[in-house]
Design a protein around this ligand. Sequence first.
Ligand code: GDP
Ligand code: IMO
Ligand code: MG
Length: 428
Amino acid sequence: MPAVVVLGAQWGDEGKGKATDQLGSRVDYVVKFNGGNNAGHTVVVGDEKYALHLLPSGILSPGCVPVIGNGVVVDLEVLFEELEALTSRGVDVSRLLISSSAHVIPSYNRTLDKVTERFLGKRQIGTTGRGIGPTYADKMNRVGIRISDLFDEKILREKVEGALTQKNQVLVKIYNRRAADIDAVTAELLAYAERVRPMVADTSLVLNQALDAGKTLVFEAGQATMLDVDHGTYPFVTSSSATAGGVCTGAGIGPTRVDRVVGVIKAYTTRVGEGPFPTELLDDMGEHLRKTGGEYGVTTGRPRRTGWYDAVIARYSGRVNGLTDLVLTKLDVLTGMEKVPVCVAYDVDGVRHDEMPVDQSAFHHAKPIYEELDGWWEDISHCRTFEELPVNAQRYVLALEEVSGTRISAIGVGPDREATIVRHDLLD
Ligand code: GDP
Ligand code: IMO
Ligand code: MG
């Protein structure tokens, strides 16, 4: 049975939550391996709509074990808020496992995230303000606080003190903020210890044993390839590894255990926050895509920037992730257009680039080279087979498959669980 990675092939919000949820009933474990509550996944089940941030989408499938891996950063307050909100809606959350090595987001890192953004001024990243960047920085700086630290008050206090020795200098002297109080922060974190204890596990061991036992595992990425700290549009990225490589470090499994890598990709492109975006539409068409696609952030409510499908990004994502399949989402949003442009290459200062320019400045200057495809007018939200799609929609999908370099195994035609056309089974 397979271990399947589901990740974002663009700048996030491709519909990963829906894609993961859809596999849910046939999956034994859904594992989040990167990011934190900067993610926002909308899953629609019948008349119910769920917005998940920190929790893996597998939490909505009875019988599936949701796992928060060591590569995730955990805001404990958000964790319990989300768990309580789901419980009150009748969702059984008792199966959740959390890695003892996952880092926690202390309140001072939320403060630092917001003040550093403010100080960056025009160079700001447009972060979600959830303390993600500072917490990953602490991890690399070896002053982070892990879930396992919550269970020994003395050690926890020492670690908080260690972190604040540096950070209070920065908060007070650079940002003119109040110093964080060591006792108060320790008490704040300690207050969650007993509640979180039953969920804590050696998740790497659990997952490897599950793989040995032939279980089906889905590794669900937060964020996306173009927001990956190594492979994305640095510095306009998040601070974790959202690409396939992140699965191994963020969940504690070896690369030989992964069978499939599925890239979720929208039939157009969106981005939240700052940074380059070659196919961005700043006109009425951009507004049309935003309105029709409901492109407003699940986490911060910000309007998403919108643009046409970018095959250069799709090919790049195929390369850095080793994609085996694409799930194309939101094809229905493109219904009703005379022509649908697709970016097949870039023009950078008069030179054609078929591949992602390695130089970041070149990417900032990239002008899309478009091919125009014929649109379709028929409502496609009821289509459940490829053949039911209008012929121009079929041609659009086949053209994207051709220019993207990875087969399109499923096509989203609406937000509902059922509104998907499956061409190849992702778990086969
Ligand atoms: P994620 O962060 O990748 O999980 O994606 P988000 O949940 O942030 O954003 C995707 C949005 O698109 C959600 O509101 C989904 O309900 C919706 N969605 C997913 N697939 C489709 C689709 O095929 N068609 C339409 N119209 N909406 C979709
Ligand atoms: P999902 O999982 C879209 C963006 C932020 C900002 C940058 C850094 O729903 O696809 P951060 O708070 O992570 O330090 O912000 O990354 N960003 C996302 N954009 N979808 C997401 O998650 C995102 N998570 C972070 O807008 O530009
Ligand atoms: Mg999202």
